[in-house]
Unconditional design. Sequence first.
Length: 97
Amino acid sequence: MKVGALVECINDTWKQETIEVIPNRPIKGKYYSIRTVEKYPHGVGVTLEEIINKMSAIYNGQPTEPTFDAERFRELEDLPDIEELLEEVFSDELVNR
C-alpha cells in the first residue's frame, strides 16, 4: 500500500480495548484514502484521510496517531462506480444532520 491509494475496509472487528482508546475507526465496506504508511517490526500500519484520531499512541517514545493494520484493507485496482459513491456520501450527510 502507498500514500494516496484508495482502499476498502474488509475487517472492522475490534477488541474492546481498541474501541475504548480509538474512537474513530474504519467501517467494513467503506472506502478510504491512505494518508500515511508506517512500517513497524510487527507489520504495516496506515492512517486514513477520512479518519483522524488524537495522538494517543506512543512509538519510539514519541506520541503518534494510532494506525490501522494494513491487513484490514484491500487496495482497489478498479475505481468503484462514482455515482454509487456520491449517493452514499449524500445519504450519509442527510442522515447525520
